[in-house]
Design a protein around this ligand. Structure first.
Ligand SMILES: *Cc1c(COP(=O)(O)O)cnc(C)c1O
Length: 391
């Protein structure tokens, strides 16, 4: 008999009752160190006092009023994102996939406005993940997410991640944009090089294409800069963000330059809940904490500690771990044996450490950005012991 909750996830049989910081407590009272962070969502950990205060304060005043009216929280957060990035304008959503949908629609509208509606195709990368809607599974291009959901939404071409020559050869008369995750998350933690990202920018300019980044997972401080592409010293025309920006409250956003957003006039796009007052209160508070030089320096310090430790684990357990990779607090360990990723994640969970799965036999470490040195050392010690047992 089908479960009342539609069985679209192979869930681990554990439920959490509450959390604080990097700790989660399950319904049996067992504590876990949370290095999955709701898959890079709980950027400030669990029950962060500033987020709790922002949400409860807003909850006593106004939850929702619709986008028929001005929402002051949207004005404030949009102004802040505009001040801090390449963007001139922001559309708020409830999720990452919706932020990507906005990006895809904006790309098509841009070329349509310029009298070239035949330019609608986007070049995407193998191993990409952009969400679970019909358009975003087409953009992701992964066979296992597309299977059974034909016809596939038209207009997405795929090339190997990191190869600029092949990408340039894939550009045709109908190409409208390039869409890339600066650090692929679900695909198994693959970071684009700064050269590749700069090459994408130059190529987009050369061919009159829009450059779209999906920073839904790698943005909001996760790499030690507010956005991952800042490391390369270039900027996209459009960027989707979500996950960390809400710290656990569902919110996303699509950022764009004025030029890219040329067609996004009244009536062109919308969302009932997108940018509602509760979401804006929380996201504003998240920005207050993360958009701070000292906070981002802390992320880089913790990242260096985690990187060192993971490197040592790979050396110590070559039969279990093939490689450690990633940037900032977005890390993955690739397991040596077939199916090793799932085994490592389950063994770590039993030992009180939560990790997140990813493609390519990788276990992801995505701790809250507020993680401290003692928690990183404890996670490494648990992994050391688990790898010893598995090896
Ligand atoms: C999680 C994720 C998405 C989808 O976000 P949802 O909120 O699940 O719709 C899209 N792109 C990337 C890179 C992601 O990590």
């Amino acid at each position: 008999m089908i479960s009342p909750v539609m069985p679209t996830y192979a869930r681990t049989d554990v439920a959490f009752e509450h959390g604080a910081g990097c700790l989660l407590v399950d319904t049996e009272g067992r504590e876990y160190l949370d290095f999955a962070a709701g898959v890079a969502v709980n950027a400030l950990g669990h029950a962060h006092p500033r987020l709790v205060a922002a949400l409860t304060e807003q909850a006593t005043r106004l939850w929702h009023c619709s986008n028929l009216y001005r929402v002051p929280g949207q004005d404030r957060l949009a102004e802040r994102l505009v001040a801090r990035t390449f963007a001139d304008t922001v559309f708020f959503t409830n999720s990452g996939a919706e932020a990507m949908e906005c990006a895809i629609k904006m790309v098509r509208k841009f070329h349509d406005e310029r009298g070239r509606p035949n330019r609608y195709r986007m070049i995407c990368c193998d191993g990409a993940f952009h969400g679970r809607t019909l358009a975003t599974i087409a953009a992701g291009g992964q066979e296992k997410l597309l299977k059974g959901f034909a016809p596939v939404v038209e207009g997405f071409d795929h090339v190997p991640f990191g190869n600029l020559n092949v990408l340039r050869q894939a550009i045709g008369d109908e190409t409208a944009a390039i869409l890339v995750e600066p650090v692929q998350g679900e695909g198994g933690i693959h970071a684009a090089s700064a050269d590749y990202l700069r090459g994408l920018r130059a190529t987009a300019d050369e061919f009159g294409l829009l450059l779209v980044f999906d920073e839904i997972q790698c943005g909001m401080g996760r790499t030690g800069r507010l956005f991952a592409h800042e490391w390369a010293g270039i900027a996209p025309d459009i960027m989707a963000i979500a996950k960390g920006i809400g710290g656990g409250f569902p919110v996303g956003a699509c950022l764009a330059s004025e030029r890219a957003a040329i067609g996004m006039t009244a009536g062109s796009h919308g969302s009932t809940y997108g940018g509602n007052p509760l979401a804006m209160a929380v996201a504003g508070a998240v920005m207050d904490v993360i958009d701070d030089d000292a906070f981002l320096a802390h992320v880089r310090d913790m990242a260096a500690r985690l990187e060192d430790g993971l490197g040592r684990l790979v050396s110590a357990h070559p039969a279990v771990l093939a490689e450690a990779r990633g940037v900032g607090l977005m890390r993955g360990v690739k397991c040596a044996r077939e199916g090793g990723g799932a085994a490592l994640i389950e063994a770590a969970r039993v030992s009180g450490l939560l990790l997140a799965p990813a493609g390519d036999n990788v276990a992801r470490l995505l701790p809250p950005l507020i993680v401290g040195p003692a928690e990183i050392d404890r996670a490494l010690a648990i992994l050391d012991q688990v790898c010893g047992d598995l090896g």
